[in-house]
Ligand binder design. Structure first.
Ligand code: LLP
Length: 404
């Protein structure tokens, strides 16, 4: 995304043009950026050729997933809906892993029928249920067991998953018990150890810690794991000068780990594949002046982009057309929803805005649209994929008739 003659543009298309043609709010994705992210990710770890399973939860658009599939990626799913969407996008079942602490019998049964690569189980009860279902279908099901490595991912507490107080995975002792249990089962084939310590991880050290624990646990378990699924979590840069996770350092740590283990590595990245490909274009409805700050009331709200309200996340916000006038007042960018947390960001010295101007929130490709809702009975925004100067509507704006 860059300014071309003062017009913010996504690839070769002006934001202004998109807003006029499709209305606002509208989600836009850059294909070029998507391609660059995938190629860069694969290249960074190519010495051990991991199976890369895109975390569908980060973006569930079937057309976008289709594009991702074309680069050979599989999928990490956490519900029947996500599994159905991955299959609809044409992802090979043999490249699908199913994660999550609360898979229902229905979901397990559906996954078993589709013969996906792995069901990554997270408790004794879940393994018993998989076994019961497999037996009733006279099948042998490939599973993983998710270890909780008790590693601090040094990220936001709401998106940390690898500490023992988190609900995810099982502790070391339970892990060993479950390995012994699974080995005795006729309907279960234990193939994988999985971990996922959190999201938006910017420092490689938590991953090093995690790998030390995984190394120790595998050695102690005395089981040959065909796969080691390291989850996702690779952090991206949301601020202009922020650093993203250093893939090179993570790669070195994994290569060291692989000297002792002959397993195939699986990754489940979401944000690092789609986070920085997306922008949310929104229009200023009103400007409400106030003593200390002006409220810039946008037509996008927390139902469109939940991350700021949910995690206090900040998304870079830019004007669609650059001018040289700077506002003397502080701007608070808010949505029309009846909640005080319906607030995106507060900025000083932003370009002076007027009603009907357009603003763009950056890096919303992951957990933007997928976390959106119909709160306040607001229809969901359309999604648009841009390839050079080509525009593809990959999801239409929801109609009020669909809701009422
Ligand atoms: N694998 C598992 C088992 C996960 O739980 C997650 C994310 C991923 C992979 C993908 O993680 P990523 O590479 O995208 O960091 N809504 C939050 C993020 C929640 C992440 C949940 N699990 C946000 O907007 O920041």
């Amino acid at each position: 995304m860059k300014y071309i003659n003062k017009n913010l543009s996504i690839e070769k298309v002006k934001v202004n043009y998109i807003a006029k043609k499709f209305g606002t709010p509208v989600y836009c994705y850059s294909y070029r950026k998507l391609r660059e992210n995938i190629i860069n990710f694969k290249k960074s770890f190519n010495s051990f050729a991991p199976l890369v399973c895109f975390a569908i939860k980060s973006n569930t658009n079937v057309n976008l997933i289709r594009e991702i599939r074309k680069f050979g990626l599989g999928a990490d799913v956490v519900s029947m809906g996500e599994l159905m969407m991955a299959l609809k996008a044409g992802i090979d079942p043999k490249k699908i892993v199913f994660s999550g602490v609360g898979k229902t019998s229905n979901e397990i049964s559906y996954a078993v029928d589709r013969e996906i690569l792995l069901i990554n189980a997270e408790s004794k009860s879940e393994i018993s249920e998989i076994e019961r279902i497999a037996k009733s279908k006279k099948k042998i099901v490939n599973i993983g067991i998710r270890l909780n490595p008790n590693t601090d991912a040094k990220t936001l507490k709401q998106i940390s998953t690898g500490k023992k107080e988190n609900k995810f995975g099982v502790d070391e002792k339970t892990f060993f018990d479950l390995v012994s249990y699974s080995k005795l089962s006729k309907n279960i084939n234990l193939k994988c150890l999985s971990v996922h310590i959190g999201s938006q991880i910017l420092d490689h050290k938590p991953y090093e810690e995690m790998l030390k624990v995984v190394d120790k646990v595998i050695k102690k378990s005395n089981h040959k794991f065909e796969f080691v699924d390291l989850g996702g979590g690779m952090g991206i840069s949301y601020e202009k000068n922020n650093k993203k996770l250093n893939y090179q350092k993570y790669n070195i740590a994994i290569k060291k780990f692989l000297k002792n283990h002959k397993s195939q590595i699986i990754f489940e990245p979401g944000r690092s594949i789609v986070g920085n490909i997306g922008s949310l274009i929104s229009k200023v409805i009103y400007i409400k002046e106030n003593d200390k700050k002006d409220f810039i009331i946008l037509d996008a709200a927390m139902n469109d982009l939940m991350r700021p309200a949910l995690y206090g996340a900040h998304h870079r916000t830019l004007p669609a057309i650059k001018t040289s006038q700077v506002s003397k007042k502080v701007y608070e960018f808010v949505g029309p929803i009846c909640e005080s947390t319906d607030k995106f960001t507060t900025l000083k010295k932003f370009q002076k805005l007027k009603e009907k101007d357009l603003v763009v929130m950056c890096d919303v490709g992951a957990y933007g649209m997928s976390l959106s809702s119909n709160y306040n009975l607001r229809p969901k925004s359309p999604e648009i994929l841009i390839k050079g100067s080509k525009i593809n509507v990959i999801k239409k704006r929801q109609k009020l008739e669909d809701l009422i």
